[in-house]
Write a protein that binds this ligand. Structure first.
Ligand code: TRH
Length: 398
């Protein structure tokens, strides 16, 4: 028997930057907008959400925005009845008092840990695995985003690709975007680049190659990103709205935009440099070449994850194009010389662009993450308590 789920609690701890809240906020908005469900988002650092959604008031403990109830996650939590589904994002650990309240709710909520995105093969086998609570009659399940049909898929709003295609057909909308950024519409043949990255010494080498190259480049960089690299190359970093130029390169520092306005920027560019998790996914939906800078982890733990994505992303490319794309992305992540790898990458752009479009179409043929999530929580397998999985009481394990 399945049941209709109507309400969600999402817990988000902001580790750093904008990815944790970026993913949770996008999911919360989609569940509220597309299903009409009640969504309560608990976030410990509300100001991080304000950065990507300026209507959110950072000082308020409780507010509604974009159809979502936003609560500051601070201890002790107010005593509230948990919703039908409780999601802890990225193993942020649901507060103990809330877990106790979940255990007495009838029916018990479906409880999920929404994991980080990875293209590694093991993800297929771990998606939806149960993890019984050691003491309470609750089972948490792992929900893995991913690239294959055996994972939970990627966040994608129902109308995203239609909006993207309409934007691409609409010259006035594209001109309005460049206008709003205070930039002239790029000329035909000018390479349009969006550049969102972590500090990266390779950027300075790349700026040199672009400045000295034979193709004009307009590179837009969100404020606060690569400041010292930009200053290192140009002598100083422009304020938001400012432009620096050398040789064939024009670099514009643009204001950080609200999350929903980031997509058109990606759609308007020929190649998008992205990072972390959420911008990385958005660049895939842009259907244009993307260069991912993975979030670096201690002991290079991120490298297998990077390799897994690059291998899969390049699998259907012809040999020379695959080599060019692979080398450039790895060089951008510190293994190799990005400046040297750029020439081959630039030459590969036509094939890479066609492949990026096909990659996007293939992913779009799979259910999006919010739909996969809804299907999973409404299926019998995950609905509420699974009495057979409740282990013997063991107080020491909690
Ligand atoms: O900001 P990120 O680097 O985030 C993260 C965190 O560091 C996190 O701890 C880590 O675990 C994770 O990466 C892997 O990158 P990400 O994920 O791309 O998030 C950026 C968010 O900011 C995304 O939702 C898009 C949004 N954004 C805007 O709203 N406006 C903008 O102008 C830009 C450039 C981005």
């Amino acid at each position: 028997m399945s049941r209709r789920v109507r309400s969600w609690d999402i817990f988000c701890r902001v580790v750093d930057n904008f990815g944790d809240i970026g993913v949770c906020w996008r999911l919360a908005r989609q569940l509220a907008a597309e299903r009409g469900d009640a969504v309560r988002l608990w976030v410990d650092h509300v100001a991080a959400l304000t950065r990507i959604w300026p209507e959110v008031a950072p000082e308020q403990d409780e507010q509604r925005c974009a159809g979502v109830e936003i609560r500051r996650w601070s201890e002790p939590l107010p005593v509230l009845t948990p919703h039908d589904v409780v999601i802890e994002a990225f193993a942020c650990k649901t507060p103990d008092a809330f877990v106790e309240a979940m255990a007495v709710r009838k029916p018990a909520p479906v409880w999920l840990n929404l994991e980080y995105l990875s293209a590694e093969a093991w993800v297929d086998g771990c998606h939806l695995l149960p993890s019984p609570h050691p003491r309470l009659p609750l089972t948490k399940h792992f929900f893995f985003p991913g690239f294959t049909p055996r994972t939970g898929g990627l966040l994608r709003e129902a109308d995203l690709l239609t909006r993207r295609d309409a934007f691409r057909r609409d010259g006035a909308a594209r001109r309005a975007l460049w206008d709003a950024l205070g930039l002239r519409t790029p000329a035909a043949g000018e390479l349009r680049v969006s550049l969102f990255a972590y500090p990266n010494a390779a950027a300075i080498r790349l700026f040199s190659v672009w400045a000295a190259g034979d193709r004009p480049v307009i590179c837009v960089v969100p404020e606060g990103v690569l400041r010292s690299e930009i200053a290192g190359f140009f002598g100083s970093c422009p304020a938001p709205g400012g432009i620096a130029a050398r040789g064939r390169l024009r670099l514009a520092v643009i204001p950080f935009v609200r999350q929903a306005d980031y997509d058109p920027m990606l759609w308007a560019c020929d190649i998008n440099f992205v990072r972390g998790e959420d911008s990385f996914v958005r660049a895939q939906w842009a259907g244009r070449p993307l260069v991912w800078q993975i979030y670096p982890q201690e002991g290079d733990a991120h490298l297998p994850k990077l390799r897994a994505f690059v291998d899969s992303y390049c699998a259907d490319l012809d040999g020379p194009t695959a080599a060019a794309v692979r080398d450039f992305i790895h060089a951008w992540n510190g293994s190799g010389d990005a400046a040297a790898a750029w020439n081959a990458a630039q030459a590969a752009l036509p094939g890479w662009t066609a492949a990026a479009d096909a990659w996007c179409a293939r992913l779009a043929a799979q259910p999006d993450l919010a739909s996969a999530l809804a299907e999973a929580v409404e299926s019998e397998a995950l609905a509420g308590v699974d009495a057979h999985r409740v282990p013997a009481r063991d107080e020491n394990q909690l």
